[in-house]
Unconditional design. Sequence first.
Length: 220
Amino acid sequence: MTKEEFLKRLESDDEYSPGWQAIDDAFELLYPGQQPKHFGTLLPSRAQWGGDNYLDGYSIYDSNKGYKHIVTYGMTVLYGDEEAFGGEWNGWGYEMTIKLKEETEENCMWAIDMLSNLARYTNQSQNYFESKQYVKGNGKSLHIGTDSLITALLIVEDTEVKPQYSVYGKTEFMQLAGITESELQAILADYTNIDKLIELMKADGNLELVTDMKRSKSYL
């Protein structure tokens, strides 16, 4: 699409949202025909309206592999934006995902709050996430108020969702995988343990690096 065509589309279609469509297209490839549960954030809470929420919403898909697959909307440019046209990367260049071993959307709401906090951190600190990074917690369960060994996060490229391209540039999908405090400490002691941890998790059958808050063992 040329910029002239882009501008004509913007002028003629108030709902034109190429960044949003790129996310939907990526997940349509993985979950063809599925209508996800979508949760939008309230307009007054969004940063552009003076709030502190940098995401516009979240979709939760049901995987036939037994988990919920959550994706954010808002780390990339979603709607019509002339200034964003023709970029190499769309916005921060990625949306966040997480796969939770849960049966209901209600049990995933804590993770949506966590994703919101991570988006706020990136936008306020200007520090973005890349694959093979980690996010330290406070040594307690990621799900506040629950008892779990999962206290930190490993960041990897989503094991299933492929990068997408729109008129705004490339969008990748960074997956957050829950890890234990023991695993985090092993990574802090030796960064190469990240690759070892991923290998051990997959060897134990967790090929998609699903976060199971009931996991009772550490691999490192």
